[in-house]
Ligand binder design. Sequence first.
Ligand code: CA
Ligand code: CA
Length: 511
Amino acid sequence: MLLGTNQSFGRARRARLNVRTTLRFVAALCFACVAVRAFPQQPRAPVLPSTPPFHPNRILVMPRPEVAVDTLREFHTAQQTRVLRTFPRVGYMQVLELPEGDSVPEAVARYQQSGLVEFAEADYRVSAAATLPDDPRFLDGTLWALNNYGQNAGVPDADVDAPEAWDVLHSASNVIVAIVDSGIRYTHEDLVTNLWRHPLDGSAGLNALNGTTNVWDDFGHGTHLAGIIGAAGNNGKGVVGVTWRIQMMACKFLDNRGDGSNSDAVTCIEFARSNGATVINLSWGGNAFSAAVSNTIRAAQSDGILFTAAAGNNARNNDLTPFYPANLALNNLVSVGASTRQDGVWSVSSYGAGSVHLFAPGATIFSTTFSSDSSYGNMNGSSMATAYVSGALALLRQQSPAAPFDELVGRLFSAVDRPPAFAGKCVTGGRLNLLKALDRVSVTAVAEPPLPMQLHLNGVPNHSYVLLASTNLSHWTALATNTAGPEGVWSFTDLQSTNLPQRFYRGIPAP
Ligand code: CA
Ligand code: CA
């Protein structure tokens, strides 16, 4: 049984673009970790956030080169503004704090009219650091699963937080993901660069139906999954996958009606395992338990291979009516149900408090289609949801190539978002969140000069991190490497900080 249904290959309505890309500085704690972030380039949200779009008492100004320092200082005094920070390499640009009760637009206007500055502008708010690709169907908001800001009647943030995650990692170039399905249209414009290639003949996988390497998709299901996992990102075309760069292996065992057999599935899995796949996507299933499939998946544990499996589109409780391979109780297999843009369980998705591990977006999912090299369209199903999890696991595997498979599964499960609809419907009670599943570290300051800086690094428990410091945000030096404790925290006191006018910090996973 195939787990994705063809809904529509029509073009979705194109939303209006808002291409505002104000680069700005986020002023955080004095001397604490500060990031330069781009304002997300994203379509206009139909519901605007209620928070003001700029900092309530800060503005940015750039002095005119010919204006004397004292002249500008006197103007600041008259305006009762205070210089919080100066950027000598950016034309001595300043961050100013306004006096209580002053209005940002009026202060900006006064500085603009003073003739002393090249520009004055509000300190615009950034919602999150975000790495955004230029793919048109991402920018127009069609790909709600990756970034949901409430477009098309969605619930804001009912998504996997892809732009924020891509800030950490957006490509899994070293990872081979096998899609055991109906093949892939390997000439598709948005897939052709992200396919695994056999070192001997350049083929993209195996066709277990006829024993050849021709994996041409004559049904369409596998091509759609491929676009979700790894459509080429930032190539100006079509869509973007969970990963922008990856090696997708096509293992074909479903025919042009979407039917296949367990023996051919096992042949595909063994081919994928022999040729280096570390994540294997199984977006299909049936009600009959197969010891052959179960043993094949279990045997792949010794190579650390992770499997994803669709929970099925029967609106059933899989605890009561098992569905395989999703219901196999193997700790290298993740079972996935389909969620909606409103963060609900998709009406047709199966579920199971003891048998489905998590949900992921699976309703009205837009991806690559098989009818031409530039065709795209919507499909629904736990198949699609499964592909999102495969993409997520590929990024985790890229980031932690040596981690045991159960550690990655554990991170995936503990990272889910838990809106109420998923409680009691799956083991984790939640929906995939890519950002939280990635290994990342944040640095917070808990004491500031004149005391030595005291810093807390928050990361993944028992993972090692490098603390970096910089005085100018361009040259970073490693201060220390250490392992986060069982709570994921590592504390550090920087004794050098008291001698420096300013200091920035960041943490990265240790190599
Ligand atoms: Ca989000
Ligand atoms: Ca693309």
